[in-house]
Design a protein. Structure first.
Length: 421
């Protein structure tokens, strides 16, 4: 599991200003490297190449890149707005972390700074005749990079902010978090199971300093405190849970010092919103929210809800993937509760079944999804699928007007109930 510092670094690296800053520093360094490389250029090469041409080229790049960057930023903001209105505000974060968009904008800004520094340095005469040749060669490479980036940007703009593209990003992020949690259900710690793991009555509670959602837990930091005091730490607030100063983040078996208590508290990253990284239930909730929005009277798009049901099946199928037997508990003194499959079913299907109860196509598609999930070789899938199949059928019976439509949904629902044990 990642430490808090590495997790924070990964969050910073996803910000658009991070790559833009890196590309800008690289651009400035590239523009100045010609001064260092000029002594290694043959003396007769400047006359053969005609290095004076670099002045005009840099001027064209500087003016055009500023325009292209402004246009790209405007397009990007429009895409974010479209995703917020048509998909879900929670999905906008994934668009803002899009690597292609960040690389494109960073390339444009870097190219602008490269040409600007080149023009300024040329006007001071710091390059000399040989330095101009180096700058000319680097400028040609920058032009090639700009052309390739523009072609990628044109193709990417056709999909940026679109419903299907954004939904695919949410699904991919959810599956990634789901797969990690499926392979490490207790985050490489000991299980904290109701009825099996007992928290001592004398345990001390570590409370949240603020109100917010747990975004990340630094397991290594908790394990260090537990091993130092040769005691157990029982984590109650896993990523995705809303916490406040009245609820303990964790229980500590024995008394700890103020510094150790601060270390435990700082191991929990608490923010205003939920995060996709360690919280697969958040991704499941966002998928369901997209379907609910599509089923609203204002949008009336059952096709999107049907598409989400298929994606929900793929997300849940990760929980049925075979596991390796060599999974080890690295931190036996830290106890973590698992994510329940029943909660994932609730997150994904309850909103869709509720909001689509009056649409026969949604009812049939849901029952077919439950039929497939119930056939998985896992009793948990069978029980959850049958439970939600019955609930969806009850909602459909109350919302559908025609008996013919009710019979169509019931025919599939009856088949679900016959699957498995």
């Amino acid at each position: 599991m990642t430490s808090r510092s590495i997790w924070l670094l990964s969050q910073i690296a996803r910000r658009i200003w991070f790559r833009a800053t890196l590309f800008s520093v690289l651009a400035v360094a590239t523009a100045l490297v010609a001064i260092w490389a000029s002594p290694y250029i043959p003396s007769d090469l400047p006359t053969k190449i005609g290095a004076d041409a670099v002045d005009n080229i840099l001027g064209i790049i500087a003016s055009s890149m500023l325009t292209v960057t402004t246009f790209s930023l405007s397009t990007m903001v429009s895409a974010y707005s479209a995703a917020t209105n048509n998909v879900s505000p929670r999905a906008t974060k994934l668009l803002m972390e899009d690597s292609t968009t960040q690389n494109v904008l960073a390339t444009f800004i870097g190219s602008f700074l490269f040409s600007l520094v080149g023009i300024v340095t040329l006007s001071t005469g710091a390059y000399g005749e040989r330095g101009r040749v180096v700058l000319f060669a680097v400028t040609i490479l920058v032009i090639i990079l700009i052309v390739v980036t523009l072609l990628r940007w044109i193709d990417h703009l056709s999909r940026l902010g679109r419903l299907t593209e954004t939904t695919e990003r949410v699904e991919a992020a959810t599956i990634a978090a789901m797969r990690v949690r499926h392979r490490h259900p207790y985050l490489e710690c000991s299980p904290l199971l109701p009825g099996e793991t007992t928290v001592p009555n004398h345990a001390k509670g570590i409370f949240s300093p603020s109100i917010g959602y747990v975004q990340h837990i630094d397991i290594d930091a908790l394990a260090a405190v537990a091993e130092k005091g040769n005691q157990n730490i029982f984590v109650l607030s896993i990523p995705g849970k809303l916490v406040d100063p009245t609820q303990p983040l964790a229980w500590v078996e024995n008394t700890v010092s103020e510094d150790e208590e601060a270390s435990i508290r700082s191991a929990f990253a608490i923010g205003d919103t939920r995060s996709f990284d360690q919280d697969p239930r958040f991704g499941a909730s966002v998928l369901a929210e997209i379907a609910s929005r599509a089923l609203s009277p204002a949008i009336n798009d059952p096709g999107t809800a049907i598409d989400i049901i298929g994606r929900a099946m793929r997300v849940l199928s990760v929980w049925n993937e075979p596991l390796k037997n060599d999974a080890k508990i690295r931190h036996p003194n830290v106890h973590i509760p698992p994510i329940k499959l029943t909660d994932l079913f609730d997150d994904l299907f309850t909103p869709i079944a509720r909001d689509g109860a009056g649409i026969v196509e949604i009812g049939i598609r849901l029952q077919k999804a439950f039929r497939s999930l119930a056939a998985f070789n896992d009793i948990r899938f069978s029980e959850s699928a049958k439970h939600h199949s019955r609930l969806a059928m009850l909602r459909a019976e109350k919302s559908l007007g025609l008996e013919f439509d009710k019979d169509r949904v019931k025919a599939v629902a009856d088949f679900v109930d016959k699957i498995g044990p």
